[in-house]
Structure formats: structure tokens, C-alpha cells
Design a protein around this ligand. Structure first.
Ligand SMILES: [Zn+2]
Length: 364
């Protein structure tokens, strides 16, 4: 366990107390188990290459969390820090005892308005009915429970993980032993959603990992810091939010007959930097909208079989060349412009713009 009661009955968190102080109290038998009130001692620490924690002398506690893994202890500390950074006004309690028989929340978050959230870090296997019972008990006590799973269970196909997924439509795995701690945010995606991503998302989630019978498993891997817990007990993640936004825009773009500059710009904002959007992609779409057939009519200077290049078109092409030249001077070499092609979504009438840019580059 990570929390014991000190000489005055105050909760002592192992990692947050000077080691010497802990050793003195431990030697004087002044540290007590918060659950059975029996004497506990300090174990581990940096010199022992083991997570600093408290343990009973002979494991005589009915509540014992002894034998809990280093991964689990480390995870609780890492998650408590993560929650404190996000909710500076709230109280974050480790190993908090709950009303009801033999239950301890790994972490309890008490907001200033009184509402409570629990975060459980599950590294060991768990029976489905055990999870259902604990989840129901939290909800009955009006505590919003969020379950984070040890990365040691990433590839395990377990009923309780599927149950969490069907309830929340997402799951987070955590490896607290890495610095910084790493997370896997996974959620089920439909075939239709996956297809939309494939039509124009620059950094789509990995499509691996088990989500039971719910669909494709989409996963973002990254630092714990990037992930936030909402007051509803769900997760928010900037990359996933951007993905959802571009996905929604892609759907809109698929179902129009004429490209729309505002939607195109909003979509690009989720995919590319502002300079590229303002200097290259928006002017490109404007030029295309003014005369979508210009490059086809010009046909690399050959014109159409029944229609030679007109002087007016010749002039337009000269202006396009001048524009490319100007862009090159501002750092947009033809290579860099070519790298813009995949930024154009393969959705609805926008898809033609990729070909338009390619033909334009052939002029340079
Ligand atoms: Zn005890």
C-alpha cells in the first residue's frame, strides 16, 4: 500500500514524505494500516530498487493489498499526479476506503462541489461479474468510476475489458513504468468511419487491437499528459478531437456538388499548417473554382484535338507559372508543393483538386 496512518492518525503518502521521517516512524512502530489499524513498516525505496511502500509485518491484514505489483503501485502514483495537475481545486486521495464491505478505491477524486470520481487502475485479471458488481456499487454511491487498464493486459481478450468498452466506448491502457508514462487510447470504430479516415486523414489511429465484437479497434499511443479525464469519467484527447472534427467535415465534403472554401479551410486546419493553407491550398482551390477546366484545355501546351490553346488561356497559364515561381521564392519548392497533394481529401468534388495540383506542377 502507498498510504499509511502516521503518529497523529494523519494519512501519510509514502512518496510524498521524506524517507528519513518515514524510517523513524517505521522504527518506532508509529505507522498504521488505514484498514485494520495494525502496525505497518516502510519497504522498498530508491536504494532497494523497489517502489517505496508500506507493508504489514507478517501479512496479517484481511484488507491486504500486499503482493500488489510494482506496476500497480507506480500506476496509482502516476495517475494521482496526473489528476492533481488537471484538477488543482479537487482533493485527490490514494487508496481511499469506501463505504461498503472491503472496498478501497485506487484513487478518489473529490471535487469542490462535492461530486466524486474514482479511478481504478486494473493490472490483474478481473472476473466480469466482479467488475459489474464494483461498477454498480460506484454508481449506486453516485461516484463516477473510470477504469484504466495495465498495459500488461493490452493483448488480452477479456470479458471485463469488453464490458467497459461497451459501456464507455473507449478504454485506456497505461504503462506507468515508462518515463513519461505511456497510454493507449482505444475505441471501437465502424467500417464506415474507417473508410472516411482513409479518404483524407493525415495521422489516422492505428487499426489494431481487440475491442471485442464492437468493430475495428482504433488506437492512439502517446504520453499520459496528452490525455484528460472529463467530469463524466470519459477521456478527451486533442488528436482524437481533431480526428472527429476532420471526419465530420469529410462527410460533409463527400456530399456536395461544388467545393466550398470555408469547409475546405476548416478541414485543412485539422491537417496542415496555416502558411501552407493560406499560401498554397486556398489560392489553389480559388483558381480551380474560377476555371476548373483550364489545365485540361491547355493540355501541356497542346490544347484539345478540336481546340488549340487560346491566347487568353495562354495568358492564364503564364499567370499560373508566375504564381509557382513566386511560391518557390517563398520556400515552396515543387517538392514541397508535391507534398501538399496528400493533404487534399479524396472526398466528393475536392478529389479533383489533387489532379489539378499535379498538372499545375508539370508546368513549372
Ligand atoms: Zn491492515
Amino acid at each position: 500500500m502507498l498510504v499509511a496512518y502516521g503518529p497523529e492518525g494523519q494519512p501519510i503518502v509514502a512518496e510524498e514524505t521524506p524517507l528519513e521521517q518515514l524510517l523513524t516512524w517505521s522504527h518506532e512502530q508509529q505507522l498504521h494500516c488505514p484498514n485494520c489499524r495494525g502496525v505497518v513498516h516502510v519497504r522498498g525505496g530508491p536504494s532497494k530498487r523497489m517502489q517505496l511502500h508500506f507493508a504489514h509485518q507478517r501479512g496479517e491484514c484481511a484488507w491486504s493489498t500486499e503482493g500488489e505489483s510494482v506496476r500497480h503501485m507506480r500506476g496509482k502514483l502516476v495517475l494521482a499526479q496526473w489528476l492533481r495537475a488537471q484538477f488543482p481545486q479537487a482533493t485527490v486521495l490514494l487508496e481511499e476506503r469506501l463505504p461498503g464491505p472491503n472496498r478501497i478505491a485506487d484513487i478518489l477524486l473529490r471535487h469542490s462541489d462535492g461530486h466524486q470520481q474514482a479511478v481504478e487502475f486494473q493490472c490483474a485479471p478481473l472476473e466480469l461479474d466482479e467488475w459489474q458488481m464494483r461498477h454498480a456499487a460506484y454508481r449506486a454511491a453516485e461516484i463516477i468510476d473510470t477504469w484504466i487498464i495495465g498495459s500488461n493486459r493490452l493483448e488480452k481478450q477479456e470479458a471485463f475489458i469488453e464490458a467497459i468498452l461497451s459501456f464507455t466506448r473507449e478504454i485506456v491502457f497505461l504503462d506507468p513504468l515508462l518515463t513519461p508514462a505511456r497510454t493507449w487510447l482505444r475505441w471501437p470504430a465502424t467500417r464506415e468511419t474507417v473508410r472516411t479516415w482513409q479518404s483524407g486523414v493525415q495521422q489516422p489511429p492505428a487499426l489494431t487491437g481487440w475491442v471485442g465484437r464492437l468493430g475495428f479497434g482504433a488506437t492512439f499511443v502517446g504520453d499520459l499528459e496528452r490525455l484528460h479525464l472529463t467530469s463524466h469519467g470519459t477521456f478527451s484527447h486533442p488528436q482524437r478531437a481533431a480526428l472527429a472534427e476532420s471526419q465530420q467535415l469529410l462527410r460533409q465534403m463527400e456530399h456536395v456538388s461544388i467545393p466550398d472554401l470555408a469547409i475546405f479551410e476548416a478541414y485543412l486546419a485539422t491537417q496542415a499548417d496555416t502558411t501552407t493553407i493560406r499560401m498554397v491550398l486556398l489560392p489553389l482551390l480559388r483558381a480551380y473554382l474560377r476555371d476548373p477546366d483550364l489545365l485540361r484545355r491547355y493540355n501541356y501546351g497542346r490544347g484539345q484535338w478540336n481546340q488549340p490553346v487560346s491566347p487568353a488561356d495562354q495568358q492564364r497559364i503564364e499567370r499560373a507559372r508566375a504564381w509557382l515561381h513566386e511560391l518557390a521564392l517563398q520556400g515552396f519548392s515543387s517538392e514541397r508543393l508535391r507534398a501538399c497533394i496528400p493533404l487534399i481529401p479524396l472526398a466528393g468534388p475536392y478529389a479533383a483538386l489533387a489532379n489539378y495540383l499535379e498538372m499545375l506542377l508539370a508546368l513549372a
